[in-house]
Design a binder for this molecule. Structure first.
Ligand code: THU
Length: 160
């Protein structure tokens, strides 16, 4: 019997003003993207913003549906939009911010498992890491250096 230990290190910024200015700007885009969320069921608004290597910023927000599983998370709306609009571009960085219409969200909100899997596909395809910064509505921001930290032992094309 062998053991495999998987570990990851995440940076934690206590507040928005601690972020490097380019990241701060991207997070501002994610925060404003929350306003475009269509979240009448969960009342949980999520915004995501991607910086591409061509300089473009692509935003996404969660889009819900009365048939609940037909909705889509902000992060996947953003990465699929980037893939559709700029298939040659690489994603450098993603910023995510979430808020609730019912209460203040003060802890960092990480992307769900399905979104991690989807973002990881782009990281593998472009052969370059994607930084992910995520936060709630205020308070700390967490940074992941790579999807392999957020989704260790991921399923990928080499397994097919
Ligand atoms: N949501 C996201 O947009 N991203 C995530 O990573 C987690 C959840 C959305 C989906 C749904 O519209 C609402 O938040 C509540 O789950």
């Amino acid at each position: 019997m062998k053991e495999l230990t998987v570990s990851a290190t995440f940076k934690i910024y206590e507040q928005l003003s601690e972020l490097p200015s380019a990241v701060f700007c991207l997070m501002e885009s994610a925060i404003s993207a929350r306003n475009n969320a269509y979240a009448p069921y969960s009342k949980f608004n999520v915004g995501a913003a991607l910086l591409l290597d061509n300089g473009k910023v692509v935003i996404g927000s969660n889009q819900e549906n009365a048939a609940y599983p037909s909705g889509l998370c902000a992060e996947r709306v953003a990465v699929f939009q980037a893939g559709a609009l700029y298939p040659e571009a690489k994603i450098k960085r993603m910023a995510i911010s979430a808020t609730s219409q019912n209460h203040k969200v003060i802890e960092p909100i990480p992307p769900c498992g399905a979104c991690r899997q989807s973002i990881a596909e782009y990281e593998i395809r472009q052969e370059e890491k994607i930084e992910v910064y995520f936060m709630g509505e205020e308070g700390a921001i967490m940074k992941s250096e790579s999807l392999s930290d957020l989704l260790p032992l991921m399923f990928e094309k080499s397994h097919l």
